[in-house]
Each structure stands twice: as C-alpha cells, then as structure tokens.
Design a binder for this molecule. Structure first.
Ligand code: ARG
Length: 459
C-alpha cells in the first residue's frame, strides 16, 4: 500500500528496508507535545485568518488534545509506516475527527513543522539546563561558604604549587558555570524565532499570520527568511556547543573528585549514595558517578561533532539528512542533564577531610613563593634574585628531607646574610593563604566576599 499521507503518485509502498532507514518515529515521538502545541497554534491561526472554518479548527484542537491524552496514557499506537511523529499524529487525527483533519496541513509543510517542534524542544531544554546550572552553583556556594578557611594545595602541572582554600577552589567552578549559564541564555535569546509558516521552503500563498503563531508559541518573532527557516539547525548546534563546554567543566570537576577521593589523596569522601563497591575488593569505594560524568563529556562532544558533520555540506534548503539532528541533540542534552544532577548531588554530599588537605597544603614546599616574596618585600631583593635564593633553600630542605620552616636560621643566613627569623612567619600555610588578598585571590576574606556576592545573586 502506498503512503496515505503522501502516496498519491506512488503505485506501491516502500520496501521494508526503505521504511527502516526512513522512519524517525522511534525517536521523534519525543516531540509529541511540541508537535501538538504547534499544530494547535497553526489551526487556530488558520481559522482566525478565515483560511479554514472555525468549526473545523475546534474539532482539530479537540482531536489533538485527545491524541495527547492517548500518548500520555500509553494507549497510542505508533506506526513506522507513518514515518514520523507529524504523520502519526495527523493520521490519528483523521481517525478521530474525519475530514477536517485534512485541513490542518494547509499552508504548512513537515519542513517548517519539524523545525518548529525541534526548536520548541531545544528551547525547553535550554530552560531546564539554566535551572540545573543555577542549582549546581548554589550547591557549590553552600560548600564554599563552609570552607572559606579550609586550606589545600593549589596545583599547577598537578604538582603542589601554592596553598589555596577549598572554598576558593569550589568558587572557581561557580565562575565557570556562571559563564556556562550566560551562554545558555544567549543561545535561547538568539534561537527564539518561529519558523512556522515558512511552509516547504518558499512561504505560502495563503494569508497566514506568522506573528500570531510566533506569539502563541512564546517566540519573540517569526523568522525572516523562509529558506533559512527550514534549513538551518544552528540553534541545536549552539545548544550542543554550549552544552559541550558545560560538559567539559563538569568533566574537569569530576576528574578532580576522582583524584581527591583516592586513598592516596584522601581529600574528600564521597557519600555512599554516589559511590559503588567492588565485587572482589571489599575495601574499594569507587567514584563511579564522577567517572561517568567524565566519560559522558566525550559522548556529548561527540554528539555535537556528529551533527556538525551532518550539516556541513548541505545545500539549502531542507535535506533529509537533517532528520539525523534529533537523536544527537536528545542524547547530548539528556546526558548533560543527568551529569548536572549527579554533580550537584556529589557536591552536596561529599565530606572534605580538612586535616588531610591541610597536611598536603604544607608539603611540597608550597610556601616557597611566600619566602621569595618576603625576600623582595623585606630585604628589597629583585624578584629574580629572591627566586634564586629561595631555590637554594628549597634544595637544602629537600636534601635533608625537611620543610622550609625547619631550616635553622644560621643555615638560611649562610645562603643570604640578611634573612632574619621574621621569615618563619610567612612560611606557614595559613599565613600564605591569608596574604593572598589581591582581588580574586585565595585569602579567606576574599573568598567570603565572593561567596556573599554569589549568595546575593543566586538568591
Ligand atoms: N521526519 C522528518 C525530519 O525529522 C520530518 C520532515 C520531513 N520532511 C520531508 N520533506 N520529508 O526531518
């Protein structure tokens, strides 16, 4: 049998393999609510413009509501022969209301229909991501507020560099997720134009009101070029690009959680709720959630790449290739949402080991820069000379297997005669951290001020 929606000029139906490669219903059924919402707005506008009878528009709206109910209750039968969500819904509408169903597709094509459905889905997703990012930032700020004074090593090259506070470290991620959130709101603003009414590609001869449908669907305005309307998916790519950057930030935090929760570091203990055990090694507490967040970032970036590559060679306007947009976007956004949720959960639950962090903060000559700075500030040495003197002192400490603060004054003076015992005051971790008062630095006062700023902004 040829297709009842478009089969007029066809003698036979598609081969089984054609149906298999062509059908998108297995994944685009996810767009049912957006599809029905778009169709209701379209039908109402058609009636208002006198393009279809009011009575038919009413029947169409009632039928569409009934279909929504069927899909949500699980009684709707999806058919692969009907290809996609658009034709599944319209075909069922015909079963329910008869002839008026055929008027719904006036002045519309599946090309603008899918473009509007998918935009509505991406827009909802961006709204959800924004809320999830806000939630994660709040979780980080709560933990940072508890740890404005908790010292830990700051790393470069994963080598102990200078002591920082745990609160400062967590607040670094708040800044990252804040930029992520602004990318999400930017993307939403840019994509919030309605393609409905572009029809197949050229617009329509019917006197439609695109401003009315745009407004009914919560868009800022209709798109201005019909060819562009049905042929670009940059709104999905932009959401996935912003999503990929979020995923990278989440992955870096996840990697730190993996490192911190190892027995060797022991900086944090993950809650039972976010760890798993090993079936053979009873001592293990594996940070699986963090590892999966790290892994899923690869998948999310991969999804974005896949769609970019699908799009890059397509001539205007709609090409069937673009049907491959949805699975990538669904997969990326849904996994990202899961990662945001899991990360917020881990942050809320994790128990920092303050003593372990403090001990590590003081090891590895982490206050060597403070010593060099002291030589500059108190003895007036040029920084390069101070660096050299400090390097010698670190060498002595390292040879003897002791900390800088354990080098006797006489031995320090042998390296530079001007050194006095006031130098020991800058060699403690607390002194080091408290002295970093430059704007954006790690001093507890600074961190407390940043925490306050974000508490005010996040409400
Ligand atoms: N299932 C299609 C998609 O996802 C809908 C649009 C089909 N349009 C067409 N002219 N075949 O892209």
């Amino acid at each position: 049998m040829s297709n009842r929606m478009w089969g007029g000029r066809f003698k036979t139906g598609p081969s089984a393999i054609m149906e298999e490669i062509n059908a998108s219903i297995d994944f685009d059924r996810k767009l049912y609510a957006q599809d029905i919402k778009g169709s209701k707005a379209h039908a109402a506008m058609l009636a208002k413009q006198g393009i279809i009878p009011e009575d038919d528009a009413r029947k169409i709206a009632e039928g569409l509501d009934a279909i929504k109910g069927e899909i949500e209750s699980g009684s709707f039968t999806f058919s692969r022969a009907l290809e996609d969500i658009h034709m599944n819904v319209e075909s069922r509408l015909k079963d329910i209301i008869g002839t008026p169903a055929g008027r719904l597709h006036t002045a519309r094509s599946r090309n603008d229909q899918v473009a509007v459905d998918f935009r509505l889905w991406v827009r909802d997703s961006l709204d959800h991501l924004e809320a999830q990012l806000t939630d994660l930032m709040k979780a980080l700020v709560v933990r940072a507020a508890e740890h404005t004074h908790t010292v830990m090593p700051g790393f470069t090259h994963l080598q102990s560099a200078q002591p920082v506070t745990f609160g400062h470290h967590l607040m670094a991620y708040v800044e990252m997720f804040a930029r992520d959130r602004s990318r999400v709101t930017d993307a939403r603003k840019r994509m919030n134009e309605c393609p409905l009414g572009a029809a197949a590609l050229a617009g329509t001869s019917f006197p439609i009101d695109r401003h009315a449908t745009a407004e009914a669907l919560g868009f800022d305005r209709p798109t201005a070029n019909s060819l562009d309307s049905v042929s670009d998916r940059d709104f999905a790519l932009e959401a996935m690009a912003a999503g990929s950057i979020i995923a990278i930030h989440l992955s870096r935090l996840a990697e730190e959680i993996v490192i911190w929760s190892s027995a060797q570091f022991g900086f944090v203990r993950l809650s039972d709720a976010f760890s798993t055990g090993s079936s053979i090694m009873p001592q293990k507490r594996n940070p699986d959630a963090a590892e999966l967040v790290r892994a899923k970032s690869g998948r999310i970036i991969g999804d974005m790449n896949a769609l970019m590559i699908v799009m890059k060679g397509l001539p205007l306007t709609y090409q069937k290739d673009m049907q491959e947009d949805k699975e990538q976007a669904f997969d990326a956004i849904e996994n990202l949402s899961l990662c945001l949720e899991a990360t917020a959960g881990m942050i809320r639950d994790m128990a920092p080991n303050v003593e372990r962090m403090a001990a590590a903060a003081g090891s590895g000559y982490a206050t060597a820069t403070d010593l060099a700075d002291w030589l500059v500030r108190v003895l007036g040495l040029p920084f390069r000379d101070a660096h050299h003197v400090t390097g010698k002192l670190v060498g002595i400490a390292s040879e003897r297997g002791i900390e800088l603060a354990d080098i006797p004054l006489a031995d320090m003076q042998a390296v530079h005669a001007g050194i006095t015992d006031a130098v020991y005051g800058v060699l403690t971790v607390q002194a080091s951290v408290s002295s970093r008062k430059s704007y954006g630095g790690t001093s507890p006062d600074n961190v407390a001020a940043q925490v306050k700023r974000w508490q005010d902004m996040l409400g």
